[in-house]
Design a protein around this ligand. Structure first.
Ligand code: GLY
Ligand code: MN
Ligand code: MN
Length: 435
């Protein structure tokens, strides 16, 4: 009896959740149509299923992949049509509320159209799907729909946040299992296998992964190798998991065998403090650049106090240690609406955005030996040599340490919410995992 009622509850919940997701995409299409006065919106899927999934705008408006399909929305009569090829038929979910029509009908449909809104960077897809270079020749007015969709996608609805949180929770589960395998005698790939196992077990896929130990952990982006991890090394984990097309992006640094060395702790605490400062500044209307500056100031302060910088305000010395940005949107993409947001004049955080906060510090053996490529022209040989002479001995203590800590933060009206708060990042909590 108990089993049956549990089963019923499960069925009810799954019906409810699939309905809730349908509503999300219906709502997205309605919102988009409301922002256009007249004309027709066309959004192509990709011609074929590429490894990265479908076109993200198409996914945002439908919730599924349908290679070779074109979504048409007419705000005047609220008509929604999916023009699909014969092959795409099987990709359309049975409960899809959008009317489908054969791809060929699109010509007839466009005859009545004088204003067209399309993603102009997707002309190639239109051409590939429709097999014609001049498909829109009879249309007088063509406008780019991307900024309108991007502005919508930048601000996550409550339902999208729920999907991202689900992705984050699964990431936490996978990371936790991977941490337990972060022991001498295992290779990076053995640890990665735990992640893949957890993803398969939960019916999801990874969007991104890095399991980088020792010297590998000092590379900013790396996946995994067959390298054996060794005691007294750090492993930088960076993991994203897709849940219903929405991805997490979490980094944690784990010491092999679960115990940080003194030097690792010192660096870890500098990064952790800077990350917390960064998160505390991620507020509605704060600019992205301001927040990054605060994080850099904090990292520089920590590095200076450890004797790794001779001048905490020196731009080139900061650039020497700080090798990547700290914050980007997540959503349907790991770097969601990245270039559009970067192109905005003010780049302000706004209520509803989900952005990462991910400072990192890395100490490759060679970095101190000569001016790194990225600093060429920014510091003279002489000044760099002087710097290396002063900090070189101290730098040696930290060689092969890599630390990155990354959380996913929802900007709210009155502050923010760390969606990945439950994934351990305090030294004591991390050290408890293997113990
Ligand atoms: N996973 C890529 C990044 O952290 O930005
Ligand atoms: Mn990441
Ligand atoms: Mn990231």
């Amino acid at each position: 009896m108990k089993k049956i009622s549990l089963l019923l509850l499960f069925i009810a919940l799954s019906i409810f959740s699939s309905k809730a997701s349908d509503d999300l995409y219906t709502l997205n299409r309605q919102k988009l149509m409301q922002s256009i006065n007249d004309g027709i919106i066309l959004i192509p899927a990709t011609k074929d299923l590429n490894s990265w999934g479908s076109d993200k705008n198409f996914l945002y408006l439908t919730g599924f992949n349908a290679p070779g399909a074109i979504l048409a929305l007419n705000p005047n009569d609220e008509k929604e049509i999916l023009f699909i090829s014969e092959n795409a038929k099987n990709d359309i979910p049975v409960n899809c509320s959008i009317e489908t029509q054969p791809l060929n009908n699109i010509n007839e449909f466009l005859k009545k159209c004088s204003k067209l809104y399309i993603p102009i960077n997707r002309m190639q897809e239109f051409t590939e799907i429709l097999g014609n270079n001049n498909i829109f020749r009879s249309i007088n007015y063509i406008s780019n729909i991307n900024p309108i969709i991007y502005n919508m996608r930048l601000l996550k609805s409550n339902e999208e946040v729920v999907l991202i949180e689900k992705a984050i929770n699964l990431t936490g589960i996978a990371l936790n299992e991977a941490f337990k395998q972060s022991k001498t005698g295992n290779r990076e790939v053995d640890i990665y296998a735990q992640i893949e196992y957890q993803a398969i077990k939960h019916g999801v896929k990874t969007s991104f992964y890095q399991i980088a130990s020792g010297p590998n952990s000092t590379n900013v982006h790396f996946d995994y190798t067959e390298r054996l991890v060794k005691a007294k090394e750090t492993i930088v984990f960076d993991l994203g998991i897709f849940y219903k097309n929405y991805t997490s992006d979490i980094s944690r640094t784990f010491p092999v065998d679960g115990k940080f060395t003194k030097e690792q702790k010192l660096i870890y605490n500098v990064v952790l403090k800077a990350q917390k400062v960064g998160i505390s500044k991620m507020l509605t209307n704060a600019t992205h650049d301001y927040v990054e500056k605060k994080v850099k100031d904090e990292l520089a302060k920590g590095l200076y106090e450890l004797g790794l910088m001779t001048d905490s305000t020196s731009n080139w010395q900061r650039e020497f240690y700080i090798q990547h940005g700290f914050s980007h949107g997540i959503g349907l993409d790991v770097h969601d609406i990245y270039y559009y947001f970067k192109s905005l004049p003010e780049r302000k955080y706004a209520t509803g955005m989900v952005y990462t906060m991910e400072p990192g510090l890395y100490f490759p053996e060679d970095m101190i030996k000569s001016i790194p490529e990225r600093l060429k022209g920014k510091v003279s040989e002489e000044e760099f040599k002087q710097f290396a002479r002063k900090v070189g001995e101290i730098y040696k203590k930290y060689i092969n340490i890599g630390v990155r800590i990354e959380d996913d933060i929802l900007i709210t009206e009155n502050g923010n919410r760390n969606l990945s708060e439950s994934i351990p990042k305090e030294i004591e909590d991390i050290e408890k995992i293997i113990r």
